[in-house]
Design a protein around this ligand. Structure first.
Ligand code: TXA
Ligand code: MG
Length: 478
């Protein structure tokens, strides 16, 4: 039967019965060389199933048992090879969850329990997850609600000196070292493809994987957000549905895609707790690709990144590379009053297809208070199937000056004015200059409607050229 523990739900059976182990593997669809953890409820019981127990084990048990720490020892003959996947060692843990403890005591003291998921899927952190995977294949699920930690226990190999972490968990290397001094970390725990076989047999399989292709995007948090936005934009442009694993702190930077908050960067335990549930949820969303932010490799962050890395099949992308391709992220059209040519250019450009996402705006150099757009400009836009809506003019300000903002002015006059007023101004061009047209843009102010029509044609041609130029920055990439 499945039961809750403080880490994840386990699939419990009699650890001293070979046949029980066989049934456990069958229900999970798990390769039988992957050993099970034996769960106990009393420290004294350890001596019945393990031999050569080093003194440090008692110290660690005193500090971390009951709790999310599994220790590996030489096994006693009593433990069948079925339970240990053919190994001469046995992994032992004493869970703190009270339901788990009662179950172990009621069933004789030795309960083998792998995570109660189908092999390869994210571990279950709620009874519903167990039901999804194992319904019909097991006899019972004890529903204890949501688990407390959400990632499986730390596995520590006590058969070597110093002990070595085979699987990172909520009991971190720092916490262990405080108690027993130096502790090693198995090289394969965080390294991707270095050709080494992990010592914990279960760590070599692709794990925790959602149906969609998952990619971890790595960089500083600003780069990660920008890169994920770009990747999702690309996915959507290619007719795909993309998901984002975001945090409370970054949520509001995303707009496209299926966005899920995994937790808060302020308290990474929240991320550990929700990670598997979020990976499962994506399966119900029918997304083709998932992009995840990455997390600092300290404390429980090691365990989070270890699980995420496995779920992604080690697929990681450097955010900086993607961000570097984006010369500009925002385009601002600047006219005198922001009531005619600027808003027209912005509206026309927004209809174009780009290889990256641009924020497109217009601003005026002389705007004392918000003014509605010129009615002739609106009339021309409408005859071309567009509208400037209820737009009202906005003054140019220093928020429009930045390395990644392209400022395009309608005439030379505004360009000079921007340069004169803002010392730091860099990417400022007249529209025709930027796209390589000799003729300056027509100014229809005070002219009859047909001249506004000509101006529309003029802007339209310039926007075609501008689109080509912007798209050329990312040509041949992505
Ligand atoms: O938090 C947990 O540990 C959960 C709950 C249910 O207690 N259990 C769990 O079990 O995660 P499982 O079977 O999904 O993962 C056990 C891990 C695997 O990576 C396995 O290879 C490793 O522990 N392991 C078990 N016995 C081992 C041994 N004798 N030597 C080395 N690694 C071992
Ligand atoms: Mg497991």
């Amino acid at each position: 039967m499945a039961f809750p523990t403080e880490t994840v739900y386990g699939l419990g059976a009699n650890a001293l019965d070979e046949e029980a182990a066989r049934k456990t593997y069958a229900a999970k669809g798990r390769p039988s060389d992957n050993p099970l953890i034996v769960h106990i409820a009393e420290y004294e019981d350890l001596k019945q199933i393990a031999v050569d127990i080093p003194a440090s084990a008692k110290v660690l048990a005193g500090r971390f048992w009951p709790g999310p720490l599994t220790m590996v020892f030489k096994k006693d003959a009593k433990v069948p090879y079925g339970t240990t996947g053919g190994l001469d060692t046995v992994a032992v843990r004493m869970p703190s969850d009270l339901v788990a403890r009662e179950l172990i005591l009621a069933s004789g003291g030795f309960v083998s329990a792998p995570s109660a998921n189908t092999s390869g899927r994210p571990s279950p952190t709620r009874a519903e997850h167990v039901e999804e995977d194992l319904s019909g294949k097991i006899d019972m699920i004890l529903d204890g609600g949501s688990v407390e930690i959400g990632l499986e226990s730390t596995v520590l190999d006590m058969t070597v000196d110093p002990p070595v972490i085979l699987r990172p968990g909520a009991v971190t290397v720092g916490m262990l070292e405080k108690v027993i001094g130096m502790v090693g970390i198995d090289e394969t725990v965080l390294g991707a493809e270095n050709g080494k076989v992990p010592k914990a047999p279960g760590m070599k399989y692709r794990h925790y994987a959602p149906n969609a292709k998952l990619t971890i995007v790595e960089g500083n948090i600003r780069e990660e957000v920008l890169a994920i936005r770009q990747l999702v934009y690309d996915a959507v442009n290619h007719g795909k549905k993309a998901g984002i694993i975001a945090t409370g702190e970054t949520l509001h930077y995303y707009s496209n895609g299926v966005i899920k908050v995994v937790g808060s960067r302020e308290d990474e335990r929240t991320i550990a707790k929700n990670l598997f549930a979020v990976l499962r949820e994506f399966d119900g969303e029918g997304v083709d690709e998932i992009y995840s932010e990455s997390f600092a490799m300290r404390g429980i962050g090691n365990a989070i990144m270890n699980r995420l890395d496995k779920a992604a099949g080690h697929l990681r992308l450097p955010a900086a590379e993607i961000v570097r391709r984006q010369k500009y992220r925002r385009i601002v059209f600047v006219s005198q009053s922001d009531t005619c040519r600027g808003p027209m250019a912005a509206a026309i450009l927004r209809q174009k297809r780009f290889r990256q996402e641009y924020v497109i705006d217009s601003r005026g150099m002389v705007v004392l208070f918000p003014e509605p757009v010129n009615p002739k400009a609106e009339a021309v836009m409408r005859s071309n199937g567009m509208t400037l809506g209820g737009y009202t003019s906005i003054p140019f300000s220093e928020t429009e000056i930045a390395d990644d903002i392209l400022v395009l002015t309608m005439d030379e006059a505004q360009k000079h004015k921007v340069f004169a007023e803002y010392e730091e101004a860099v990417s400022i061009y007249t529209l025709n200059e930027f796209v390589g047209e000799d003729e300056p843009l027509l100014n229809p102010y005070g002219m009859p409607l047909n001249i506004y029509g000509l101006c529309y044609e003029n802007i339209s041609m310039l926007m075609d050229k501008l689109t080509k130029k912007l798209n050329s920055y990312t040509e041949g990439e992505g």
